[in-house]
Design a protein around this ligand. Structure first.
Ligand code: SF4
Length: 440
């Protein structure tokens, strides 16, 4: 008997993906672990559009009139603030999760573009220090690879309280990626799964954060800017507490933020999207009269120059990219397709970083796979991508009549959905209505 496809009804509550996950859990008895960040549809920067210049404002001419993209980070207390040529930085991704070639490629591209890159859980490698002109060193709850000498070799320090993909939790690095080198850097056994700690061992609250920041300043002679990174949750309070604890720069990572590996339930169900997090963070800094004095970096799902422009228009000073940088290096590229299939993936749908069998040589410690990513080739691709993002950002800023990207402002945008209008605090297109603030 043939099935009449018109009579087949998919359950909204139990679609095929949910059925498959229930049956996988029933077979295996363990939660799903994966990389690549949230996959569900979330309100995001696509729901905002710019109001280009018209009769009330005049645009700038791209071929003749300058649109500055420089940004200074950390001038609040540090003797040596960071000067970047572009407002797009590279987020922390660990050596261990990523291979050494990927880390080097990222460092090279960041240096060529005049921006910074960041270490990650597991410490600083020589490859990334040598290839990165401006390197931010993360101090994480796990303290894996923590080396006081590296605090002095870096250009800024980022105290990680939480990450967008897993605020309140720690990442995972499965045993297949724990090679001798990775294990030695972390002083942990080879081949054994590692779970990073969810909180710092030496503090229980914001007072301890202030002490930690002071300690780091003393160790580094008050030279290095100190960042504090939080996953986006209770953003208004977290940003206020980080600023009061003495942070020079605050990094807010929305729930779209990627991760090498953690539980799927964490990735999809904890945290708030980047869009409302930017507005909350900016409001918090303004309430303390610290907006622009404490710089704000936002991350989590930044993909294009348009995303950057919108984040900056809402009041961020810079953005950080992680997943997008990996995609530029070749993540999910349709090559070596048989190797995608061997780990149960397809190009375009892969989130299998945790397996250590990355078909394009990014999230692997296998020398044969890693050879697929020559650092100079990866660096060229990432540099090209960053160049395009900056050109897009300048195009939009000029269209709004801005000679510096930091002159973009919320008044340059409207929202296409009620949700985005409420979250971003800008009017719904065609109205003066900002849900929650003004009457319709
Ligand atoms: S292609 Fe590599 S980096 Fe990209 S999701 Fe798959 S395993 Fe991870």
């Amino acid at each position: 008997m043939t099935v009449d496809r018109r009579t087949v009804r998919e359950s909204a509550t139990f679609p095929p993906s949910v059925i498959a996950e229930i049956q996988r859990a029933a077979d295996q008895g363990i939660y799903d672990i994966r990389g690549f960040g949230g996959k569900r549809r979330l309100p995001n920067f696509d729901d905002l559009v710019f109001l280009g210049a018209s009769t009330s404002r005049y645009p700038l001419e791209g071929y003749r009139e300058r649109c500055d993209t420089s940004v200074t980070l950390g001038a609040r207390h540090a003797k040596k603030p960071i000067e970047l040529k572009i407002p797009i930085t590279i987020a922390g991704m660990s050596f261990g999760a990523l291979g050494a070639h990927a880390k080097e490629a990222i460092g090279r591209a960041a240096t060529e573009m005049g921006t910074s890159t960041t270490t990650g859980d597991g410490g600083m490698t020589e490859e990334e220090r040598n290839s990165s002109k401006t390197l931010v060193y993360q101090v994480l709850p796990s303290r894996y690879g923590m080396n006081p000498d590296d605090l002095r070799r870096c250009d800024a320090i980022e105290v990680v309280v939480g990450q967008g993909a897993k605020p309140g939790g720690g990442g995972m690095l499965l045993g297949q990626k724990i090679t001798e080198r990775v294990a030695e850097m972390r002083t942990l056994p080879v081949g054994i799964d590692q779970r990073s700690a969810c909180r710092h061992p030496d503090w229980t609250g914001p007072d301890d954060l202030a002490i930690k920041i002071r300690e780091l300043r003393e160790i580094t002679d008050w030279e290095k800017p100190i960042y504090v990174k939080v996953g986006a949750t209770r953003t208004r309070y977290d940003v206020a507490l980080a600023a009061k604890a003495g942070a020079d720069v605050i990094v807010v990572d929305g729930m779209q933020g990627g991760t090498a590996a953690t539980q799927d339930v964490f990735i999809e169900h904890v945290g708030i999207p980047t869009l409302p997090a930017v507005r909350l963070a900016v409001e918090s800094l303004k309430e303390l009269d610290l907006h622009r004095e404490v710089q704000l970096i936002v991350s989590g799902g930044i993909r294009t120059g348009a995303d950057v422009a919108k984040a900056l228009a809402l009041g961020a000073d810079a953005v950080a990219i992680g997943s997008a940088a990996m995609l530029a290096l070749g993540c999910n590229k349709p090559v070596h397709e048989e190797d995608y299939r061997a780990i149960g993936a397809e190009p375009g749908y892969c989130h299998h970083c945790h397996t250590g069998r990355c078909p394009v040589g990014i999230t692997t410690q296998d020398p044969d796979l890693e050879r697929r990513l020559p650092p100079e080739v990866g660096a060229r691709h990432l540099r090209n991508y960053l160049t395009v993002m900056v050109l897009e950002l300048q195009t939009l800023a000029r269209a709004c009549g801005k000679s510096h990207i930091h002159n973009l402002e919320p008044e340059d945008m409207v929202a296409l959905t009620i949700e985005a209008a409420a979250m971003a605090g800008v009017p719904l297109a065609g109205t003066d209505w900002i849900p929650g603030r003004t009457a319709f």
